[in-house]
Each structure stands twice: as structure tokens, then as C-alpha cells.
Design a protein around this ligand. Sequence first.
Ligand SMILES: *Cc1c(COP(=O)(O)O)cnc(C)c1O
Length: 365
Amino acid sequence: MSGGDKLDFEIRPNLQPVPAAERAALLANPGFGRIFTDHMVTIRYAEGKGWYDARVEARAPIPMDPATAVLHYAQEIFEGLKAYHAADGGVTMFRPQANAARFAASAERMAMAPLPEAAFLESLRQLITIDRDWIPTGEDGSLYLRPFMYASEVFLGVRPAMEYLYVVIASPVGSYFSGGVKPVNVWVSPHYTRAAPGGTGAAKCGGNYATSLVAQAEAMEHGCDQVVFLDAVERRYVDELGGMNVFFVYDDGTLVTPPLTGTILPGITRDSVITLARQQGRTVVERPISFDEWRADAESGRLREAFACGTAAVITPIGQVRFPDGSFTIADGGPGETTMGLRQILVDLQRGRGEDPNGWVYRVS
Ligand SMILES: *Cc1c(COP(=O)(O)O)cnc(C)c1O
């Protein structure tokens, strides 16, 4: 693939797929990230050789030498997107080209080989096609696709690896938060930050999640579903949640969201919300918003709604905000109209319903 020539996928169907009756039972209540399809895609990269050995094969454990670089230096990135059953019986993805571009940007930040967009999209198409029967049919259901890549070279030494393995696996999912759409409580972490200027906050790398887990555990100890991270320099401004971007809705209909300054993940849902809200005629402002401002505006009633967004949970209202000295509630703590309206527009688009003026729906079949 190094010369720009097309990558051919060798297809080796799983000879022992999950029987249809068992698959149907699993799909009846998939949860999130618990069950997996019959196949995976793998593509290898070696310095000087480029991308090679693209395969669709039975999902199986990947044997790994204990000196594999990723186990020591965490050179790893991933993506997350979904395939949907469309209203007309086809299968769609939502803006997968944006995931391809972000995957390449994450690779660059982590000094890894970038996978060309065409190979990324084709890998998804291959897996969705062979595992099509695993896409849940219900309104809440979708096939969560997890492309990832890691340093597969066997060596101990601090430099970018010269070999990478790219893999895609797929997991049928229902609703991200058990119980469907209901407001979440969030915990503002007093001790931990997620990303500093110049760091890896804008890259979708496993390491960012590794460092967020202790704060997430703290959130759960305080009865919260998610953690809110403040900026690493002043510990004043809201960055984002552990795995979702955040929006604030004011009484004049304006939306405010923290700007992309390198410390937050440039969410594709975030970008879609900004575009959709502007197309509705709303003002959307990307600017720093401090925790104190959030609290004061919620208490005065000027702030009407707050929500988190990302592929996994789409748009989730924020009900209550907790921190070491207390808590405050956003409006009456219930899901807001603007939040739920934007959610419905996004969900309809993803399912291929209604107009798609931005050309975001990607037809797989
Ligand atoms: C993936 C991710 C998001 C959401 O991105 P989407 O493209 O909308 O799914 C937000 N924050 C973090 C830290 C993420 O890893």
C-alpha cells in the first residue's frame, strides 16, 4: 500500500460462527461492549514495506511476545464509530471519513504510521459486510466498530516502533448507559487532570484513558456516572468528560462548548452538534467556560441545560454536578428540550431518516 496501490483483503470466513439461535439470544440484550462478532480485520505495517497482509478472519486472541513495544510504552490509538440498520433496510455509518482523519491525526501525535483513509474505510466495510447479521435491529441498537492500532514490534528501547498492527473488531450494542436516556450525574475531579497543553489530549490514545480511570473510580464512589476534567494549568476551566465532550445551553438558546486547544478530544459528535445547532439558527460559541461560571449560571437559572456527547452515548443530559464541597442541579435535573431535540436529529440522521444536507450518512449497503 506504500505506493498508493490498493490493499487487497484476504477473506477467511470463520468456520465456526456463533449459531444463529445463540446470536439472536445475545442480540436480545447486548449491553455495551460485552459481546463480539465472528470476525476481525487485521492489517500489518512494517517500516520500508508499508501496509500489507490485510485480512478478514475469525475473531481470535492475538499472540504477543512479552517484549512487544505497546506493552511497555503504550504506543496505541483507537477509534469508535457505529454501523446502523437504516430505515430502508440498508446499512449506514455516520461520517466515517472523519474517524479516518482523526485516526491519522492520532497516529501522527503518537509517532505511528498513518493508515490511509481508503484502507480505514474499506476495513470497516469488510467487517460490517461479513458480520452484517450481528447488527441489532432495535431503535437503540447498533454495531459498535472499534478500529485500533498498536506498536507490534518486539523491542525494548525508547523510539517509535517500526512495526504496527491495525485491527478492527465489532460489538453489537444497546444503550450506553443502562436504562436508556436519562440525565447523568457528573463528578468534578479536584485531584486529577486529563491532558496538559502539548500533551496527548487531542489524540484518541489508550493512555489518556489509563490516566482517567482513577478519577472515574472517584466519580463512581461519589454516586456519579462520569467525571468532568478541568484544565491542567489553572484547574478552572471545563475541558471535557472522561470520554465525551460537553455543551452548555443558555436561556437565549445559545450553545457554549470548550474550544479545541489541544487538550480535549475533537469529537465528531461535538462537531456535528455545532453544525446542526447553527443550521437551526442558534448561536454556538466555542470558548473557555470556568467551573465557577457553570455553577453561578446554573444557580441563577441563566444556564438551562448541559449535555455530554460522543458516539457511544450520542447525547446525554447532565442532571447534577457534584464536587467535594457540594453539588448543584441543572434546571430541574430532567432532560432539556434543546438537548433532546438535538439528540433526535442526530439519531434520525444516523438511521438514514430525513434530509442529510451535510452528506454525513455513509451507505455501506
Ligand atoms: C472519543 C472521545 C470523545 C467523543 O468523540 P466522538 O467522535 O464524538 O465519538 C470525546 N472525548 C474523548 C476523550 C474521547 O475519547
